[in-house]
Design a protein around this ligand. Structure first.
Ligand code: BGC
Length: 460
């Protein structure tokens, strides 16, 4: 990333990306905060188990709904305005939850918050990938995932800080602060140059590229131009054309594998899993803070590597490591003695699982889906894939306690392990390398591989 922050334009794109990555922070914070808040909401409103489930998972349902419409909205109104819209929706959702006089209002707030999470999960990576220069696009776009992990970790701290007083309204309302920072900051940020070009606003696109690049912008501009000219004008119908299929398969596959390999079983339930190992509840919370910290640290490692070693190696090594960690985790829970150091051993296997997720499937999934779709339908395609990601997330969150109860902890980990093996084979066979290439060259490849006509000057 050093090369890009040398000059004016380089520094600016770095600031723009960091600010847009607040979308990731909100996504992480708002998904993580409920685990602590729910304990107190339960008491305050005397929730039935069903309503408790709705309050917790309502955000994921909202996120799937948000993702379903968000991609198209971002293609229509532009990335910048869509980020502003997400920030407003985040604020509204958090505000409603913080002041909720009744459980109905609370659920409404949680759903609205979920819609914003769905919006943010698309537009953070989308906007950054379209504004970043190709040489550092992987690292900058993955800043969004870094902020997801920072958001999750800070939610653990906020939960911890307010758990003494039981102030669930403050926990849930805290999300209003980054939402305001995001909205105010974004007002001064530029629109995506690619979206502008696509809308025929060539001069503005050129001006944005000039502000965000140090060197020559003409070759990048002519690639964008060639891509826009090659578009069929069919818009969303393009999504169903045969040449789009491989990219949709890659995106949908990775979306589902990112979840069914079990990351959120650990992120949402680590304290529950660890409490079964003779760990007390405070030790379990401490261990989950440790897991959250490793998640952040390894995402930084991924950011440093992704534009050097590429997307595929990180995915393959990351998923391979997840398989190893899950296998050992299953063995530990199967054979280790609960009274003899099982807690720390189990924590270590979970830490290693999360570490490998954080250098592979965590950031690389979001990065790839912001790179492999054609400009004309990028938002919509990301929307479809992101809906699949949220639905798979919901499925794991709902089924994990049932699995633990039904087949036990070791078999549950091995099941995630089997899913990871399939994920590894899938990645090996289908995922393209996009490192260092312009989004336009990636699109040209996709079209020519499957017969969609386009001749865009490549950069490789
Ligand atoms: C996933 C989330 C997960 C988070 C953990 C994200 O990439 O989409 O479901 O909770 O990573 O860091």
């Amino acid at each position: 990333m050093r090369a890009v922050i040398r000059g004016e334009g380089g520094r600016f794109v770095y600031i723009v990306s960091a600010l847009a990555a607040l979308n990731g922070l909100l996504f992480g914070f708002d998904t993580g905060i409920i685990s602590g808040a729910i304990l107190f909401i339960d008491t305050a409103f005397e929730l039935t188990p069903l309503v408790e489930g709705i309050v917790v998972s309502g955000a994921m349902v909202g996120a799937a709904a948000g993702a379903a419409v968000g991609g198209q909205i971002s293609d229509r109104i532009g990335r910048k305005r869509f980020i502003l819209l997400s920030a407003v929706v985040f604020f509204l959702g958090s505000f409603l939850m913080a002041v909720a006089p009744t459980v109905e209002v609370l659920v409404a707030g949680r759903m609205i918050d979920g819609i914003a999470i769905g919006f943010a999960s698309i537009v953070g990576p989308l906007y950054i990938s379209e504004i970043a220069p190709p040489s550092v696009r992987g690292g900058l776009t993955s800043l969004n995932q870094l902020m997801v992990t920072v958001g999750i970790l800070s939610s653990y701290f906020v939960n911890y800080a307010f758990s003494g007083s039981g102030s669930w309204r403050i926990m849930l309302g805290a999300g209003m602060v980054p939402a305001v920072v995001l909205a105010v900051g974004m007002l001064r940020m530029p629109e995506s140059p690619r979206w502008l070009y696509e809308r025929g606003r060539t001069d503005e696109a050129r001006a944005v590229l000039r502000r965000t690049r140090d060197g020559d912008i003409e070759s990048e501009l002519s690639e964008i131009e060639a891509t826009v000219e090659a578009q069929s004008g069919n818009g969303v119908r393009d999504l169903l054309s045969p040449w789009m299929r491989p990219a949709l398969v890659v995106g949908l596959g990775l979306a589902i594998f990112q979840q069914i390999t079990g990351i959120n079983a650990v992120m949402y339930y680590a304290p529950t899993i660890l409490e079964s190992t003779a760990f007390g509840s405070s030790q379990s919370i401490l261990a989950s803070v440790f897991i959250g910290t490793v998640n952040v640290a390894m995402t930084v490692v991924a950011i440093l590597l992704v534009d050097r070693v590429g997307r595929r190696p990180l995915l393959l090594v990351g998923t391979g490591g997840m398989i190893g960690s899950l296998t050992v985790a299953g063995l530990v829970f199967q054979f280790a003695d609960p009274t003899g150091g099982l807690g720390w051993l189990a924590t270590l296997t979970l830490v290693s699982f999360v570490a490998f997720f954080a250098i592979g499937l965590g950031p690389v999934f979001w990065l790839l889906i912001s790179e492999i779709y054609p400009l004309a339908v990028r938002g919509s395609a990301m929307g479809i894939v992101t809906v699949a990601n949220w639905l798979a997330n919901l499925a794991v969150a709902l089924s994990f306690p049932v699995l633990l109860d039904g087949i036990g902890t070791p078999a549950t980990f091995w099941l995630f392990g089997v899913c990871s093996v399939v994920a590894l084979l899938f990645t090996y066979r289908t995922v393209p390398e996009t490192k260092g290439r312009t989004l336009e060259a990636i699109e040209a490849d996709l079209r020519s591989a499957t017969g969609g006509a386009a001749d865009v000057p490549g950069d490789d």
